[in-house]
Design a protein around this ligand. Structure first.
Ligand code: NAD
Length: 363
């Protein structure tokens, strides 16, 4: 089959990790008889420098006509003093809005072989395997008014949290569907003891729950959820929550696995979906060929599964990554102080060769 993939490398380590993802896709193409055509678009700081905006119209058009979008990461200190509209991160928010990517899916799985790299005790993280479903296009990150204004009592500042009932329903539906395909346990996280939006969120979840009688629905306040993620993370199967809570909880959850360089994400919506590692542009290690590419390679697996319907290929990538880690290969972020480690390019190559040998064994 032929697929058109939009590639947005972004800033910092973005180009380094995306290069490995493209090599992996080409490898999958050769091994399984598919063809991937890549079109590159600008986003983030590079786009600000070259085109004066973090998301040029051309990039939006390119993404809209693709089967899926692969993104590295955006941002860096160089652009920290830009105005809000010219900040690289504004490009990210905008592309999510343009592609109506309302559901961000973040799987959190502990690789048994990496249990010692987690800051949590081994017995706490045993069997951790859950997915966070975060609402991505509504809530306080998008609500207006958002402004500073001078009043007679001094500076006043406003951010606005707005949700339409339909926006809440569609993200909850995604989460129920996912829970239904997994272990049938859904934890809906809110702040219903304080926020009106959370109370409506809870009502919607209860109503939808009647259509999914096999899924056990549990409500949890966000402050408790933050605690439970550290105390007893293996209790979760699917967690669903609004935009800002999801942003914070999913970063917290990433720590459980030992490195932020391991976790992929999928942002699904109405049109083409977008896949990216959950980490940022890591400017502190950019250009050193030392970033961990595994989060991006796992994002490729999610792309194959969710957007391109290549389930076997997706599973084979995930198993190859697990095998590479099992054999003891590490990038710098995962290696102990005296342990040897692979560069970004070496790790990418290790995953590809493992995939080939696995396929040879299977055949
Ligand atoms: P970050 O995720 O870039 O880095 C945090 C720490 O994790 C750093 O020490 C970094 O070296 C390390 N790290 C990140 N990815 C790694 C990888 N693949 N392998 C090894 N180590 C890795 O977060 P930050 O430092 O807070 O932000 C840097 C920039 O990235 C900022 O401009 C921020 O706005 C931006 N950012 C972008 C995205 C995105 O594009 N989706 C997400 C978060 C942050």
């Amino acid at each position: 089959m032929n697929f058109q993939i939009a590639i947005l490398e972004g800033d910092g380590v973005g180009p380094e990790i995306v290069k490995e993802a493209v090599l992996l896709l080409n490898h999958i193409g050769e091994q399984y008889g598919h063809s991937f055509e890549f079109q590159y678009g600008k986003i983030g700081g590079l786009a600000v420098d070259e085109e004066g905006t973090p998301l040029p119209e051309r990039t939006v058009e390119l993404c809209k006509k693709s089967d899926a979008v692969l993104l590295g990461a955006v941002g860096g200190p160089k652009w920290d003093n830009e105005t809000a509209e010219r900040r690289p991160e504004a490009g990210l928010l905008q592309i999510r809005k343009e592609l109506q990517l309302f559901a961000n899916i973040r799987p959190v799985k502990v690789f048994e072989t990496l249990a010692d790299t987690s800051p949590l005790k081994e017995e706490v993280i045993k069997d951790v395997d859950f997915v966070i479903v975060r609402e991505l296009t509504g809530g306080i990150y998008f609500g207006t008014p958002r402004e500073r204004r001078m009043t007679e009592n001094g500076l006043e500042v406003i951010d606005t949290l707005v949700y339409k009932e339909s926006e809440i329903e569609r993200i909850l539906r995604e989460a129920f569907e996912l829970a239904n395909q997994r272990n049938k346990k859904l934890t809906s996280v809110d702040k219903a003891n304080v926020l009106e939006s959370s109370r409506v969120w809870r009502e919607c979840a209860n109503t939808l729950s009647k259509h999914y009688p096999e899924v056990e629905l549990q409500h949890m306040l966000v402050d408790n959820a933050a605690m439970q993620l550290i105390k007893n993370p293996s209790q979760f199967d699917v967690i669903v929550t609004e935009n800002m809570f999801g942003d914070i909880l999913s970063d917290e959850a990433s720590v459980i696995t030992g490195s932020i360089g391991l976790l992929p994400s999928a942002s699904l919506g109405v049109g083409p979906s977008l896949y990216e590692p959950i980490h940022g542009s890591a400017p502190d290690i950019a250009g050193q060929n030392s970033a961990n590419p595994l989060a991006t390679l796992s994002s490729v697996a999610l792309m194959l599964r969710y957007s391109l319907g290549l389930h076997q290929e997706a599973q084979d990538i995930e198993e190859a990554i697990e095998a590479v880690l099992h054999y003891g290969y590490r990038t710098k972020d995962l290696a102990g102080p005296s342990e040897k480690f692979l560069t970004t390019t070496e790790m990418g190559e290790k995953v590809r060769t493992t995939l080939t040998s696995k396929k040879v064994i299977m055949n």
